[in-house]
Design a protein around this ligand. Structure first.
Ligand code: RIB
Length: 306
């Protein structure tokens, strides 16, 4: 079975379900709270593993009570944690998250140990990374580490995917051009392309400029409207699925986890996107981040009911 490497973040999600955000100086009661495993890298790794992928995680945890729990969580899903190292004297990454009654979220991240993942950690994992067919990256670790990983993948002929989240302007064009896959949402695409992205048509135009600059496949996630593809295989849209959303936190990560699991199995991009749209729709029906990701059986049941 082909192996996927996720080089990226892990966080502890502190999820507060709110009626509204408090004003400055105001104390407000909120109806609910949940503590969970999160972080964009970890979420994508766990979603892929829950669906049956073999995943190698390269990440950093802190020197606190969260670290053991994060490691145990990866191991529970069969993720290879040999390159998830502890950083002495530093906190684990944490993410205070606020979810509103209409299911939308606002997220703060404190990188903590994630900021210590360095190019040297990629060198340390190099022999195992070379055995992988796909390297998956996000932007919750330092940019020089992301760039080093892209160069590494390019040099060794390993497919490389960047989910440019959280959104960041000014990414290096040279490194973007080395990507096999870029999977942004609309606001991330707007920042990267420098274009206004206020409709699927505008997203398609912006994606075309990135493909013209060298990225092989650009997949734009459109939330409830599905996803669109621009790249070597042409241009097409995958429609969204209608569901009742309770918590959209981590839905983008669910899309990527499912996409990488399918694509690395058979290389079929459109089918992997169709599965990923369905998987991410299924995830928003449940509360939490990784806790909302169905395993293979639950996802099959969801697909039958649709
Ligand atoms: O994409 C959702 C994730 O963003 C959360 O799990 C949180 O940890 C932040 O990284």
């Amino acid at each position: 079975m082909s192996k996927i490497a996720v080089i990226g973040s892990n966080m502890v999600d502190l999820i507060t379900y709110i009626d509204r955000m408090p004003a400055q100086g105001e104390t407000l009661e909120a109806p609910g709270f949940a503590l969970g495993c999160g972080g964009k890298g970890a979420n994508q790794a766990v979603a892929a593993a829950k669906l049956g992928a073999q995943v190698l995680m390269v990440s950093k945890v802190g020197d606190d009570m969260f670290a053991d729990n994060t490691l145990a969580n990866f191991q529970r899903f069969g993720i290879d944690t040999r390159y998830v190292q502890r950083v002495p004297g530093v906190s684990s990454g944490v993410a205070p998250i606020f979810v509103s009654p209409d299911s939308h979220n606002s997220i703060l991240i404190v990188k903590g140990a994630n900021a210590h993942l360095s190019p040297a950690d990629i060198d340390a994992a190099a022999a195992d990374l070379r055995e992988c067919t796909l390297i998956v990256l996000q932007l919750e670790i330092n940019l020089d580490t992301v760039y080093y990983a892209i160069e590494f993948a390019h040099r060794h002929g390993i497919a490389v995917l960047l989910n440019p989240a959280p959104a960041l302007a000014g990414l290096s064009g040279t490194h973007l051009a080395q990507l096999d896959f870029l999977i942004p949402n609309e606001s991330e695409l707007a920042l990267i392309s420098g274009q206004v992205v206020d409709s699927p048509e505008a997203a398609q135009r912006a994606a075309r400029t990135l493909v013209a600059n060298g990225i092989r496949h650009v997949i734009v996630t459109l939330g409830e409207h599905g996803a669109l593809y621009v790249g070597e295989e042409g241009e097409f849209r995958v429609p969204g699925r209608k569901v009742v959303a309770r918590d959209t936190t981590g839905a983008g990560d669910a899309f990527i986890g499912c996409f990488i699991q399918h694509w690395s199995r058979d290389g079929a991009i459109r089918q992997a996107m169709e599965q990923a749209v369905a998987y991410s729709a299924c995830s928003v029906m449940a509360l939490g981040t990784q806790t909302s990701y169905p395993d293979r059986q639950a996802f099959a049941r969801f697909q039958q009911q649709q």
